[in-house]
Design a protein around this ligand. Sequence first.
Ligand SMILES: *Cc1c(COP(=O)(O)O)cnc(C)c1O
Length: 385
Amino acid sequence: MSARPTSLPRAGVPFLDVEGLHATIRSELDVAWQRVLAGGQFIMGAELAAFEEEFARYCEVQHCIGVGNGLDALTLILRALDIGPGDEVIVPSMTFIATWLAVSEAGAVPVPVEPVEGGFNIDPRGVEARITPRTRAIMPVHLYGQPADMVALAAVAKRHGLALIEDAAQAHGARHGGRRVGSLGTAAGFSFYPGKNLGALGDGGAVVTSDRALAERVRRLRNYGSSRKYVHEEQGVNSRLDELQAALLRVKLRHLDEWNAARRRAVARYRSALSGSSVIVPADAPSAESVWHLFVARSSKRDALQAHLASHGVQSVIHYPVPPHLQGAYRQCGWAQGSLPRTERLSAEVLSLPMGPTLAAAQIEAVAAAVLSFVDDRPADRPAR
Ligand SMILES: *Cc1c(COP(=O)(O)O)cnc(C)c1O
């Protein structure tokens, strides 16, 4: 999640400019807001139904169920698949902690697997090595907007009879092998946290799937376990996407492809502006179209680089400084420092540079100039790939 530092030197480059993005569609957001206010229906109405249909079509799947947030989307998929106590779910070690929390919340055990050498996403060969008789699902994350290797993961899932659940919270609109993220497994969870590529003006999330029975179960679970008012077939939760957020998301969905294209142009500019620098810039995943939720550079002198950038008015954020297995939340699992070395090394080296659909060429030049003026920025400092 993106922290939002409060003070920024004049003419600095913000990490993410949500206000600037909203300014470009202000009149459309106003219309949506007024429509919900005038309509008087705030939960489970026409805006949600329309958004669910539009987002399902966008993801090239049959069903979409709006929920309260991305964490709930993932948890409800697991519950709908009857994954719980006694079960194991394979997750990336390199991710935002919500991926793990969803598994724990469902009552199952997250089993971490390290990223591929030289990349950020889960290693399909590592997945195969961690499968046990208790394993029920694989939950890859399309980290930073880059699709995981879904072809290899689907083959492993199929071979072992496992569900394949995409954590697509950072990858709205990305493609792998020409197909949309969200359509590549059993089901997918999305987050509409404001800083995501498709962000609400508050919390929101969605489950997408082409499995009709699974969709119906999630639909029931998100609404007190009820598909008919005051009839409760099971113990569900209250996790719904409200009308106002659905209406605002419908506006933003119409712009998503154009915004993702702008992010790709920013990446191309960064790459040429940073060539010759000692920082490692992320490569494109094979047969994938990334949506660059984050542009994550690596440096062996990350903390000094971040301080240097800050002194030049450039905001940067670390995603993520402490991996889930070393968090207090998973203390009881007894993971020692050094147990997932690739992840721990990445956590010490990653630095997310400013990114977003409104990031201007001149801002990218300013960020690159600040990186290149880093006194320790010599090729000798280049970390091993
Ligand atoms: C943001 C995020 C989530 C959780 O989404 P919320 O809407 O904040 O609950 C889950 N997984 C990943 C990878 C995320 O980045």
